[in-house]
Design a protein around this ligand. Structure first.
Ligand code: AHR
Length: 336
């Protein structure tokens, strides 16, 4: 029995259609979802300039261990040029699929960000904002330092109640850092909000690399230059505020009485000075950012889009006025 020619053609076509269908479904099978064990993170840290920074570094190391993430850690010694070197190193490293940056400065990262993008590395900015187009990184997770500056001003206004006018000294963090730039800006722009005391920033100087030793020398010089004129001090982090307190006490004045002092970070050391009353207020800056950063990086690896450009950190404020007992109870619950 001979099969008609058209039937043979139809059957051949039928087989061809089936083969095509099989192969197309084969090519579009969804890629397996990535998990934390698939992440190798190149973490470019600023350095080790403060208790806050140590807590931030621990957050990344401990969370990586807990989640089974491979972490390559780079201490930039607070130098931007080292951060560029580290970026290029991780871009060249085939094992690295995620780069996390805690930026020493705000500018100078465009080229490495573009190179990382071209190399299909996920980049997440943590802690400090940078001035680069948001399309050059997946997301930024970090503090609203301007808001912290506003909160610092409000706390200082409260501490100076009863004084018609007050002179404030500002000991700044590293001048390249967005944390210092924005805390300074936030504090200055909020000064008019204080209706009970006309506050003036008498003088402002940055301590390179957030170095408390230089912070203390700066305060000692200001105490000489403005003898009897200083009513308050704003230090850009706990170490700089504590350095100022030590200089004030060494000059024969009493911090928390003759001179009001506020700080930023709210580390365990900051709490110690809140509890003894020498630090009047401490505006929290949250260092425990690793879980959010790793989650965002994993989302990026799994092609999740529509992510927020910036996720501000959750932060609080603490005051000597809360009293030693209450502050000790809070301190006992904190990780840093
Ligand atoms: O970016 C956060 C700042 O960096 C902290 O306030 C300071 O302690 C650290 O150096």
């Amino acid at each position: 029995m001979t099969m008609s020619r058209s039937l043979r053609i139809a059957m051949t076509l039928g087989v061809a259609v089936m083969v095509a269908a099989c192969s197309s479904t084969a090519t579009t099978a969804p890629a397996a979802k990535k998990a934390y064990k698939d992440m190798t993170v190149g973490f470019i840290q600023t350095g080790s300039e403060s208790g806050w920074r140590a807590a931030n570094t621990s957050s990344f190391k401990e969370t990586a261990t807990a989640d089974g993430i491979t972490l390559k850690f780079y201490d930039s010694q607070n130098k931007i040029e080292n951060q560029i070197t580290a970026f290029n190193q991780y871009i060249q490293d085939p094992a690295v699929n995620v780069i996390v940056l805690a930026a020493v400065g705000t500018t100078g990262y465009d080229d490495v960000l573009k190179a990382a993008k071209a190399a299909h590395k996920v980049v997440v900015i943590e802690d400090r904002r940078i001035e680069a187009d948001a399309s050059l990184y997946y997301t930024y997770i970090g503090s609203d330092f301007i808001k912290e500056g506003h909160e610092g001003e409000a706390a200082m206004c409260d501490l100076l109640k009863g004084k018609a006018t007050a002179n404030v000294i500002e000991i700044g963090g590293d001048q390249a850092a967005s944390a210092a730039i924005d805390r300074h800006k936030g504090f200055a722009e909020a000064l008019p909000n204080c209706t009970t005391t006309a506050m003036t920033v008498l003088d402002y100087q940055n301590a390179p690399g957030w170095d408390p030793v230089q912070g203390k020398s700066i305060m000692e010089a200001f105490l000489k230059k403005y003898t009897g004129k200083i009513d308050a001090v704003m230090g850009h982090n706990d170490e700089l505020s504590i350095a100022a307190i030590q200089a004030i006490d060494a000059s024969g004045l009493k911090a928390g009485k003759d001179v009001q002092v506020i700080g930023f970070d709210a580390t365990a050391d900051g709490f110690k000075y809140l509890i003894n009353g020498e630090l009047g207020a401490d505006i929290e800056c949250n260092p425990l950012l690793a879980p959010q950063v790793y989650k965002a990086a994993l989302d990026a690896l799994n092609g999740v889009t529509g992510q927020q450009a910036w996720t501000p950190s959750q932060e609080g404020q603490f005051f000597a006025a809360q009293g030693a007992t209450a502050l000790q109870a809070i301190l006992a619950t904190r990780k840093y």
